[in-house]
Ligand binder design. Sequence first.
Ligand code: AMP
Length: 231
Amino acid sequence: MALNVIMLGPPGAGKGTQAERFAARHALPKISTGEMLRDGIKRGLPLALKAKEKIDRGELVDDRTMIGIVRERLSRDDTNAGFVLDGFPRTVFQGRELDAMMEELGKGPLIVIDITVPEEELVRRLAARRVCSTCGMNAEPIGEVASVCRRCGGTFAHRADDDDRVVRERLRVYAEQTKPVVDYYVGRPTFRAVNGAQPPDRVADELEATIVDAARTLVGFALGAQGQAGR
Ligand code: AMP
């Protein structure tokens, strides 16, 4: 069964770090929409350059652009065994479109993880965060500046949109537009919340156990449905 995981949670909750770890551990592609945009800007891609102003201000890029980017990425064969999506959906509209896309691409159900962290902790973490200026990976653990990136050897830098004013705007945008996405998923049997206010290793352990448990729920449903069909 494919592991189709989405990571929800406010900026600074550790979605990127945890998505990266879980994906590597299960040999799944990690799809980070923020990283894709930053990479597109670096490479001078018109769509990403058009989005740059919004990113720099801490606002969301328009739904249509984001849905197009994700649809193209999920259409690739390397997502057949599953994927870990980080940073999408960020609006209820994107959530609905993602459901439609999963159906259309013949993919199984989503496992939805919400990483929760109190706001004061988020502001503290974002002010201290460093990302690799070459490949975009977060310095780990958050707040600790390693000398070079473990993934590509690049150097770490402060993210332009992690400046205090922009951070507050991103948290405001999260509360207004992305928090409702949690409500959109909360009633699903594969929705799980994970406590992100713990050391990264603890979060990773909790996440692993939680996703395995949610995947079991899905297998249970599939077997139940087969049983019903066989009756
Ligand atoms: P992130 O790295 O996920 O914090 O994303 C950085 C910025 O990219 C966000 O503040 C948004 O401006 C933009 N972005 C990333 N993903 C999305 C999305 N799904 N919808 C709209 N904007 C996004």
